[in-house]
Design a protein around this ligand. Structure first.
Ligand code: MLT
Length: 268
């Protein structure tokens, strides 16, 4: 059974978290512009093996946005706050997808002593170039001016594979509804935070934490060829490309994704 936990973070913002199950802690960090719902297949499907914990980033889902100027390091601090309250003294498995992956890199940099496993899904270690930054600023302005959906609709084509759209049309409407729910203020704040994120490429060879890197065969945001290249820079990292999936592998191929996470616990 999934339950909701609300924590008041040191800076006063309310962090909303969905949790299920018991066992080793598995923290799941959602992508942009999504919320905990993208992890429902993992909250439901992995609860017998893990204490699954899915926090929502500031300004997304039920988490509040008290100060719109935050960095991805601030989001990693929120994750550490959640870990310290919900995971006890046991090392955690941390899985971040896309923007959640950018936060997972920050978490690794500052809090790696708590990590038993780092799972980087559909993400990349690089920072934005000038053009990407300018695009984010424009998108943030549009979201605040016209509302989230007009600014975000163009992203929809990058989220799901053709196979998903054809064979699981309900997943497409589920994702669209999630994106439509995103608040303009949360969207704009996250875009600014992503635009000023650090480049982790040079640090990849220093990652000593056990790491899994996952992407989708049709992901245009974290394409397999580039993802496999940077995954090779992390000593011993296990790289997997999931077929018939694009950017949202845990939603598009939940059984395959969950098997990989179970395998990380020696149960695949
Ligand atoms: C995400 O899924 O979190 C976004 O695609 C990340 C990004 O815009 O860089």
């Amino acid at each position: 059974m999934i339950h909701t936990i609300s924590l008041i973070a040191p800076r006063g913002n309310v962090l909303s978290i969905k949790a299920a199950g018991s066992g080793p802690a598995l923290l799941l960090l959602h992508g942009f512009p999504l919320d905990h719902s993208m992890w429902l297949n993992q909250l439901n499907g992995l609860a017998e093996q893990y204490h699954v914990i899915a926090p929502e980033f500031r300004g997304f889902g039920q988490s509040t946005l008290d100060d719109p100027t935050f960095s991805l390091k601030d989001l990693a601090d929120d994750v550490e706050f959640v870990r310290s309250h919900l995971a006890g003294d046991q090392p955690i498995r941390l899985c971040g997808l896309s923007m959640g992956g950018y936060v997972a890199f920050e978490y690794w940099k500052h809090y790696r002593q708590h990590l038993e496993l780092l799972i980087l899904a559909n993400t990349k270690p690089t920072a934005d170039d000038e053009a990407a930054r300018a695009g984010r600023v424009k998108m943030a302005e549009q979201a605040l001016r016209e509302g989230s959906w007009p600014a975000l609709a163009g992203m929809m084509t990058k989220m799901l594979s053709t196979t998903t759209i054809q064979q699981q049309p309900e997943v497409q409407s589920f994702v669209e509804e999630m994106m439509r729910r995103a608040s303009p203020e949360g969207v704009a704040a996250a875009l600014h935070a992503m635009a000023s994120r650090h480049d982790f490429t040079k640090l990849l060879p220093t990652i000593e934490t056990r790491t899994m890197v996952i992407t989708g065969a049709d992901d245009p945001i974290a394409p397999p060829a580039a993802t496999e290249q940077w995954a090779k820079l992390i000593p011993g990292a296990k790289y997997t490309c999931i077929a018939n999936a694009a950017h949202l592998t845990p939603l598009e191929q939940p059984a395959r994704f969950n098997d990989l996470l179970l395998g990380s616990n020696g149960q695949e």
